[in-house]
Design a protein around this ligand. Structure first.
Ligand SMILES: [Zn+2]
Length: 138
């Protein structure tokens, strides 16, 4: 991805919040990029792990059924983890796209600012607290 100038990006804040400094904006984007890199690494690792689990070990015959059960459990765990990590990576990619389009920091649903405090804790947030809570209640 080409290096973008982030100094011109203006991120919105909620009432009562301090405006973002150029430095903070830069850090925020770096945070997104780094987090995405971390997740992509985890996706790779978990794919390797899954491949190993799916190949079912080396001793096909004479396996204890309890072992099979626990490895199925392990595989399901691994799959749901992989799924979650993938979703987080997708969210981060979306956040980065929004960032470069100058739309980062606004709620996807209501269009209000998400808030600086929230974004610094959850850089990949694309919903404001209110819309997020509404979504979780669904
Ligand atoms: Zn909202």
């Amino acid at each position: 991805m080409a290096e973008k100038k982030t100094t011109e990006v203006v991120l919105p804040v909620l009432e009562g919040e301090e405006p973002w400094t150029a430095e903070e904006v830069k850090e925020q984007r770096e945070e997104l990029v780094e987090e995405l890199a971390r997740l992509e690494k985890r996706i790779e690792e978990s794919e390797a792990e899954l491949a190993a689990l799916l190949s079912g070990g080396n001793d096909g015959a004479g396996r204890d059924p309890a072992d099979v059960g626990s490895s199925n459990f392990e595989r399901d765990q691994e799959m749901s983890l992989a799924h979650n990590v993938r979703e987080m990576a997708d969210q981060l990619r979306l956040a980065l796209t929004l960032f470069d389009n100058g739309e980062y920091g606004y709620c996807e649903v209501c269009g209000n600012p998400i808030g600086k405090g929230r974004l610094q804790v959850f850089p990949r947030a694309t919903l404001c607290v209110t819309c997020k809570q509404r979504e979780e209640r669904r």
